[in-house]
Design a protein around this ligand. Structure first.
Ligand code: BES
Ligand code: MN
Ligand code: ZN
Length: 504
């Protein structure tokens, strides 16, 4: 992770390889930007005049060797009245990537534009500064754990340091707070991305459990690990059915964070932790099967969110439950037609062993009921169908409570981790009924609505309290933002933090 600090300095006096200036969309530079422009012989207004840059979102322009600031990176954030933290985060991501491509090692960013936009609103100022730091930190994520250093004659250039520049002493404390918070967010998102990026022969259920144990110890979280024997005692036949074809033992990871009074009902977050999904006996096709190492993204988000809420000392009780298993075909694997008995007592006809996510989640959701939760959120890379519906732009949300879904949508808009609601009408629930068991894990051919059918199945185990299922199969991998990269996104961590911080 890059180092982020702040300095009280006039941006153009500050010695740096690259100075980032965020610019609002306007006809020609005004305010502080105009002042800077005057000091560098109109280099910025020139760019505006030539229409090479106008402060529009997504625009960036690198000006080399101009006067005092040797390299100036202009980045657009759109009209001042429409500026949001997400827009700053995106602009920061764009700027950071451009700076890294330009081989700068140390960069600085001027914050004075935010003073103008926030106009004395301290909360907004802190948010915008935080978004700047977050955008840069998130965009510069790299997963190179498996690259041999010495084999490379040309190591990639990396930005190592970001300095945020304020000219106002009174804003230093706020800026410091924003940086500290952003660092925790970046760290948590990177933790999730790492867990997802590691291959299936590293991240096994056991690895997830070890990670959870260490993370919990560092963060004053209680961690309980339920092994196969304990799950057998609880009757978790659904989860165990998925893992029975694999040599990797399954585990149920239970994390408890107590940031509020002991008696306060917790929010329970449940994550799908299928560390590799071959499809089982209903084997997946070979193309892109490697990407199924990401089928534990819900688990990664759950673990990272618990780490984050604890490091930020959120005043709430939050439980994280991860259902970790590997889905393999073998002589001991479940077969199409097999019937499993879940912890809830409900029996499940497994018509497709590749619909395994809902099977592991069923028992985890039942286990969640022990906490008499205020609400339950599950995150899962559950269906390929969500990619057809929403692509890589938004996760699907489906649940039993309008207010909860609205709150999640708001959190999605605020963080850029968008969610979109799909309906859960009773006709869908009817289509989960089996002829010979209580439920079947896939609907009959022709029913369609793959993402909804996944949720309809989960609803049978979710309890009566508010519950929302978030299908992140399209966003956990390949989520398309200036501050994300190819592969793992860590989608959901910033969404859930925002959601949890808004209270109820
Ligand atoms: N892990 C997959 C879903 C998935 C697909 C995640 C693409 C990420 C990218 C899940 O276990 C699965 O295989 N779902 C099946 C369900 C079907 C058998 C009803 C699917 O989507 O094809
Ligand atoms: Mn599957
Ligand atoms: Zn899966």
């Amino acid at each position: 992770m890059i180092k982020i600090n702040q300095k009280l300095d006039h941006p153009l006096e500050h010695k740096t390889e690259c100075l980032i200036l965020v610019c609002v969309e306007e006809k020609k530079p005004s305010g502080t930007l105009k002042k800077f422009d005057d000091e560098i012989a109109g280099a910025i207004s020139h760019a505006f005049e030539n229409k090479r840059f106008g402060g529009k979102p997504g625009q960036a322009l690198l000006l080399n060797n101009i006067g005092k600031a040797s390299n100036l990176l202009l980045v657009g954030i759109g009209k001042a009245k429409d500026v949001t933290a997400e827009k700053i985060c995106q602009a920061a991501g764009t700027a950071a990537k451009l700076a890294e491509q330009s081989k700068f090692k140390s960069i600085a960013a001027d914050l004075s534009a935010f003073e103008g936009i926030a106009k004395g609103k301290g909360g907004l100022y802190r948010e915008l500064v935080g978004a700047m730091a977050e955008g840069v930190g998130l965009a510069l994520y790299h997963f190179d754990n498996y690259k041999s250093r010495d084999e490379k004659d040309d190591p990639p250039s990396r930005v190592e340091k970001l300095t945020l520049l304020t000219t106002s002493k009174s804003l230093q404390a706020s800026t410091e707070k924003s940086i500290a918070r952003a660092e925790k967010i970046i760290d948590a998102v990177h933790t999730a991305r790492d867990l997802i990026s590691h291959p299936g022969n590293t991240v096994t259920p056991t690895y997830l459990a070890e990670h959870a144990k260490k993370m919990a110890r560092k963060n004053k979280i209680t961690c309980k690990l339920l092994d196969k024997k304990e799950m057998e005692k609880l009757g978790m036949g659904s989860l165990l059915g998925v893992s029975q074809g694999s040599d990797e033992p399954p585990v149920l990871i239970v994390l408890e964070y107590n940031g509020a009074g002991k008696k306060k009902a917790p929010t329970v977050i449940v994550g799908k932790g299928v560390t590799f999904d071959t499809g089982g006996i209903s084997l997946k096709p070979g193309a892109k099967m490697d990407e199924m190492k990401m089928d534990m993204s819900g688990a990664a988000t759950t673990l990272a969110t618990l780490q984050l809420v604890s490091s930020l000392k959120l005043q709430a009780n939050i439980v994280g439950i991860v259902a970790a298993a590997e889905n393999m075909p073998s002589g001991s694997a479940i077969k199409p037609g097999d019937i499993l008995k879940s912890m809830s007592g409900k029996t499940i006809e497994v018509l497709n062993t590749d619909a395994e996510g809902r099977l592991v989640l069923a028992d985890a959701l039942t286990y969640a009921q022990r906490y008499k939760p205020k609400e339950v959120i599950d995150l899962a890379t559950l269906t390929g169908a969500v990619l057809h519906a929403l692509g890589h732009q938004a996760a699907a949300v489906i649940g039993n409570n309008k207010a909860m879904i609205q709150k999640l949508k708001n959190a999605g808009e605020a963080t850029g981790e968008r969610v979109w609601e799909l309906p859960l009408w009773e006709e869908y629930e009817k289509a989960t009924k089996s002829d010979i068991a209580d439920l079947k894990n896939i609907a009959s051919p022709g029913v369609g609505a793959g993402t909804i059918m996944g949720a309809a199945f989960l609803k049978a185990f979710a309890g009566e309290q508010p519950w929302t299922h978030i299908d992140i199969a399209g966003t956990a991998w390949g989520f398309d933002r200036p501050y994300t990269n190819k592969g793992a996104s860590g989608f959901g961590v910033r969404l859930l933090l925002n959601y949890l911080e808004k209270g109820r």
